[in-house]
Structure formats: structure tokens, C-alpha cells
Design a protein around this ligand. Structure first.
Ligand SMILES: [Zn+2]
Length: 445
């Protein structure tokens, strides 16, 4: 019974959702426009102190922006309203952030109050809460003109809420949450037992005349802070791509007002540091993800913390060696070959490609018996046709940031003349020779 009660009372803690997009600091203050379309249900706005319906539309949207900026002082967001932009064509990918009403496209279905539509870019910003964030291109918000939009002043003034009415300000505040990159606190059908989620402005629905969601709540604030709160990143003052041992000099990059009180680096190889600018040496080949946990304290946020992660940030390479065969043990050499027919042989490159970036050069060289190079090939596993019967020396050079390795085999094409074209797997004695240390490695840098 107790176990069951715990199960019901303590569901896994849920939290805000991020859309996977955010604005770059370069996009702020965020500029936006409003269509010249006039929403007819707001035509009584002049009795509430607005110049006219259009002024009410624009003013409520500015208020909705302010609800986020004032409700979350720790988030570095701001906006600039640029006024009227004629045309009410609906969502466009024109790089302009604009508020529309639903005429003439009529694309919003019944029951939909408003939508935010995003045009996004492929520019990666960072990873946040385990999600990759990309930069917004532009966002357009469209309100459904089938709704009897109602001003906060009307509801506060006691206008009875009747069919078809909906409060504009909480809907605008919700849509602008999407515009900043915040998803829903709960979706339709979620149990949503946590009150912070149930009463968030970013809850998926709103009761028609409920203006309590004009103010953002703790969950909304956590979400916007995650996107635009204080943060720090890192960079390096040395190459982070090279041969082992690779010493990388790291450095925290933070705004002046971040006021960092502590850092914890995880270098991806099991080592950590609490220095602001540590130098770390990678001894083994690998791709390393680096994580920086930052704690700070400043006036608008109080204590804050942030985790910045860069996957595959450091690539440390050894000179290329043989890769792993299907059984899990390394191939005996950097390459093997198979006889095809006549003087044609298939070279099979066995170099290790397990660490992306550690192998960027492949050159095959064919030498005759007087040690003159007769051919140079840069394919991965080429087919080689030798000029005649005899002994040919084949050299494979593979290299990358960790240095250059070479291996060679002598292929006697006379062995396969006269109709004998069977070659043992692994290229027989020659393959063994390759395994016995012909693979020469010399450090390139
Ligand atoms: Zn929504």
C-alpha cells in the first residue's frame, strides 16, 4: 500500500520544456512589428483608455513582452517594437518577427487561440538541459480572429465572460514564451499534477477569461532563465586537436556581471579541475567531451548555476595503427590484400578509423624491384594492377594529427600467374610480415 501511494504521490519531477531554439545575443533586443489589420473584437478599446483597436493590439503585445522581462529579471531578454508593418499575410520566412491576425488566410482551426510559427537556422548555439539549441531565424505570432478577444481591463471591470470570449493578454504572454523558445509546461493529456506546471503561463491551454497567466510563474521563470539567464562558456588558448600527449589550455568565457563563484571542469578522460584556467594533458587517443559547471551570484539572479557542455571538443590522436578485426583483436597490419585476377590486386586498408579526425591522409605507393616508385594512389582501398609479373613493394602511408604511420608488403605477382589465383585470407606470409612490425610510425609533430 505504501509503495503504491508513493508511486502515485511522487511521479518523476517534470519541468518546463524547451523548443530547441533560442535567440542569439546578437539578435537582442528583439525587433518586432505588427500588421496593420485591425481586430474587430477590440473596437471597444477606446473606452478602456486605448486610442483604438490597433493601439490595443499593439499595447497588449508590448505588455505581454513586459510580463516576461519584468517577471524574470535574471533573464537577459529585451524587445523593440518597431510599429506597423502593412500586410496580414500570415507566417512568412522573411527574417521579420511579426504579429498577425488570422485574416485573410483563415488558417487557424476552431478552438485554436493563437500560434507561434518559427523560421529556424542551422546555427548551433549550445547544449542546454541535454537539448541542442539552434538559433531562431524569425518568429511570427498569429492570433485567431474568430475569437472575441477581451482586454484585461474588461475582465477586471466585471464584464461577464461569455461564449467565444478569450482574454488576449495571457494568450499573448504564452505565445511570446514560444517566441523566446519555451515549450509547454504540460501538453494536452499529461496528468500534470505539479501545480507549478499546471498554472504556468506555458500550460498548453487557458480558460477563456483567466487572466492569472498574465504573470509568469516559477516554472516559466526557470525556463526563460535556462535560455537567457547568466551563463558562461569556455574556449581554449591552444589547439584542441592534435597528437598525444596533447596539452590544452582552457579558459572560462563569461559576461562581466556573471560574478562566478566557482567552476568545476570535467575533461572527458575522468580528470577534473576547479581552476578558472586549467591546462590539461590528454595522454590517450580519443574524442573527449568537456563539461564546465559554473556557480555564480549576482544582483538580478541571486545564486545561479549553469552547465556548459561541448561534445567531442578535444580530439587527441596517436599515429594511426591497425583497426580492430570483427573478432575484436587488431588486424596484424595496416593493410591486407586479395588477388582478383591476372595482375589485379585489391588492397584492403585496415587502419584504425575509430576516432573521427585522427586519420586524414592515405597514400599508397608502388615500387618496382629497383626501388623506383611507379605509382602513387590516394584512394582508401584501391585496386592495383601491376605492370608485369614480379615482386612489387606496396607501401601504405596513413597519417593524421597524431603523426604518420607506414606499412609495406611485397607482392609477388608471379605466384599468381598461370591460372593459380587462390590467396589465403589475410594475405599469407606477407600479411604476417606486416604484423611483425613493418608498420613504421614516426611522429609528424
Ligand atoms: Zn502554446
Amino acid at each position: 500500500m505504501i509503495a503504491l501511494a508513493l508511486l502515485l504521490l511522487a511521479p518523476p519531477a517534470d519541468a518546463y520544456d524547451l523548443l530547441g531554439y533560442a535567440w542569439s545575443p546578437e539578435d537582442l533586443c528583439l525587433e518586432w512589428w505588427m500588421t496593420d489589420y485591425v481586430e474587430s473584437s477590440l473596437e471597444n478599446a477606446s473606452s478602456y483608455g486605448y486610442e483604438d483597436a490597433w493601439d490595443a493590439q499593439a499595447s497588449v503585445c508590448q505588455k505581454a513582452f513586459a510580463n516576461w522581462e519584468e517577471g524574470a529579471p535574471c533573464a537577459e531578454i529585451c524587445n523593440t517594437f518597431l510599429g506597423v508593418d502593412p500586410g496580414n499575410e500570415g507566417k512568412t520566412n522573411d527574417g521579420i518577427n511579426k504579429v498577425y491576425w488570422d485574416d485573410p488566410t483563415g488558417s487557424l482551426g476552431e478552438g485554436v487561440l493563437a500560434v507561434a510559427a518559427y523560421n529556424v537556422t542551422a546555427e548551433y548555439l549550445r547544449e542546454q538541459d541535454g537539448e541542442y539549441l539552434y538559433r531562431f531565424g524569425d518568429v511570427d505570432v498569429t492570433f485567431n480572429d474568430q475569437i472575441d478577444w477581451t482586454l484585461t481591463e474588461e475582465i477586471e471591470g466585471g464584464v461577464p465572460c461569455s461564449g467565444g470570449m478569450a482574454a488576449l493578454e495571457p494568450v499573448a504572454t504564452h505565445e511570446f514564451g514560444h517566441l523566446w523558445g519555451v515549450g509547454h509546461s504540460c501538453e494536452e493529456g499529461d496528468p500534470c499534477t505539479d501545480e507549478a506546471l499546471r498554472y504556468a503561463t506555458m500550460y498548453w491551454a487557458n480558460d477563456a477569461c483567466d487572466i492569472s497567466r498574465n504573470s509568469i510563474n516559477s516554472d516559466d521563470i526557470a525556463a526563460i532563465n535556462a535560455l537567457y539567464g547568466p551563463y558562461a562558456t569556455f574556449t581554449t588558448d591552444t589547439e584542441r586537436f592534435g597528437g598525444v600527449p596533447l596539452t590544452v589550455q582552457f579558459r572560462v568565457v563569461a559576461g562581466e556581471d556573471a560574478n562566478i563563484t566557482g567552476v568545476l571542469w570535467s575533461f572527458g578522460d575522468g580528470q577534473t579541475s576547479t581552476e578558472m584556467a586549467p591546462a590539461h594533458t590528454y595522454e590517450e587517443q580519443g574524442q573527449y567531451s568537456v563539461v564546465l559547471k559554473i556557480d555564480g551570484n549576482n544582483e538580478s539572479c541571486g545564486d545561479w548555476s549553469f552547465e556548459y557542455r561541448q561534445r567531442a571538443y578535444v580530439v587527441a590522436c596517436e599515429a594511426p595503427g591497425p583497426g580492430l578485426a570483427p573478432g575484436g583483436s587488431p588486424y596484424p597490419g595496416l593493410f591486407t590484400y586479395e588477388h582478383l585476377e591476372g595482375l589485379q590486386y585489391q588492397m584492403v586498408n585496415r587502419a584504425d578509423t575509430s576516432v573521427y579526425g585522427c586519420l586524414d591522409t592515405v597514400i599508397w605507393q608502388i615500387y618496382d624491384d629497383s626501388d623506383t616508385m611507379i605509382q602513387e594512389i590516394s584512394a582508401w582501398s584501391p585496386i592495383v594492377e601491376f605492370p608485369s609479373e614480379g615482386a612489387w613493394r606496396v607501401v601504405l602511408n596513413v597519417g593524421g594529427p597524431g603523426g604518420l604511420s607506414a606499412a609495406e608488403l611485397v607482392i609477388d605477382t608471379a605466384e599468381h600467374a598461370g591460372g593459380c589465383n587462390t590467396v589465403p585470407a589475410g594475405a599469407g606470409l606477407a600479411g604476417l610480415l606486416a604484423g611483425l612490425g613493418i608498420a613504421l610510425a614516426r611522429r609528424r609533430r
